[in-house]
Design a binder for this molecule. Sequence first.
Ligand SMILES: Cc1ncc(COP(=O)(O)O)c(C=O)c1O
Length: 389
Amino acid sequence: MNTKEKTLKFLFGNYGRMDVCFTHGNGAYLYDTEGKRYLDLVAGIAVNSIGYNHPKWAEAVSEQASRMAHTSNLYQIKEQADLAEKLASVTPKGMTKSLFVNSGAEANEGALKLAVRYTKRGRVLSSLNSFHGRLAASLGATGQTKYQESFEPLIPKCFDYFNFGNIEDMKSKITKDTAAVIIEPIQAEGGVQLASKEFFKAVRDVCDDNGTLMIVDEVQTGIGRTGKWFGIQNYDVVPDIMTLAKALGGGIPIGAIVSTPEISSVLVPGTHGTTFGGGPLACAAASATLDIIKDEKLVQNARTLGKKWMSDLKKIKSSDIAEVRGLGLIIGIEMKTHANDVKEHALKNGILVNVCHSNTVRLIPPLIIDENDADKFTSLLSAFLSKYN
Ligand SMILES: Cc1ncc(COP(=O)(O)O)c(C=O)c1O
C-alpha cells in the first residue's frame, strides 16, 4: 500500500488532503517523494517561520532529545524557565509570565479559564468570523457557525459576538459580566481580515472601562509574522493576556499563555495544568527558534519584504482580484472566482499556497524567504490571471 492508500484505510477522514507527500525540506523549500522541489508559502500553516532543516534548531533539538525529552511539571525544568525568560524579553510591557501548553486551541482554553477565574465573571465576548481553535471553549469563541455545527452540545453558552472592526457593535455587546474580549490582531483563518488601530484602541478602552480582560490570540500572527514580534504591537495596544502557538516551536508543538504577574497569580497549584506542556524538548526547540528569529532579523524581514511584496501584488492587473490585504508576511489575495485554480496551478509549478475562507489565497511563508522567492509567486500569479482578463 502506498501512503495515500494507507491514509484512506487507517486514518480518520477529517482532513481534505492534497495529493502530494513531502520527504524533507531545506530553507523555504520542500521536496516530495518524486524529488520535485516546492517553494513553500504555507509554512505548515504559519508554523515553519525559520524554514526547514535550520542547523541551529536541528542541533538544539537533537542535543535535547539525546539527553531528555520529557520530565514533568512536578519538577523544576531549566529549558522551560530559560524559554520563559527569553519570551519575556520580547513580549509587550508587563507581560512577563508564561504558561506553556501544546497547541493554539489549548492556549486559548487556558486563557479563557484564567480570565474567568481572575474576574469571577461568566461571559466572554468574541468576534464574528474569528477562529480560536476546535476544542470546546475555543470552538465557542470561534465566531463561525460552520465549525460549530453538530457539536453544539459540547459548546459552552457563555459567548457573545460582535462584528470585527465595528466599535459601536463591540461596545453594545459588553456588560459588567464580560470576563474577557478575545480577539485576533488579524482574522487569519477568516480570510486575512484587518481592523483599524482605532478599533483595537477602543477594545482596550472598553475593556478598561468595564473591568474586562483583553485576550489577544496571537497563535497565527505572533512571533514576527506581521513585521512586529506580536500582531497587536502594530496597533500600540497592550493586552492583558496573549496566546501563542504555531511558530513558537519552529515545528515542534508548543503553545503559551502570556500575561502579567498579577493576572497569572490566580492560577495557583491545582487550578490548571498539562502533562506535556513546557516539556524540555519543546522548550529547547522554542528557545532556538526565538534566538534564530532575533539573530537573523526575521521580524524586520517580515516587515520590509511583506510591504514590498504586497505592493507588487497590488500592481497585478486582474479583474479576478477583489482585494490584496495583509501585514508583514501574512497576505491575503481575495479572488472573485479562481482561488482554488491559483492553488492548483501553483502546485503544478512548484509553489505551495493555501486558500482560506473559500476565496482567499493566503501567503504565510517562512520568514526567511527573500525577494526572489516572493517574485516567483508574483510572476506566476500575474501570468496565470492574465488569461482571464
Ligand atoms: C488565530 C488562531 N487561534 C487558534 C488556532 C488553533 O490552533 P491549533 O490548531 O494549534 O489548536 C489557530 C489555528 O489555525 C489560529 O489561527
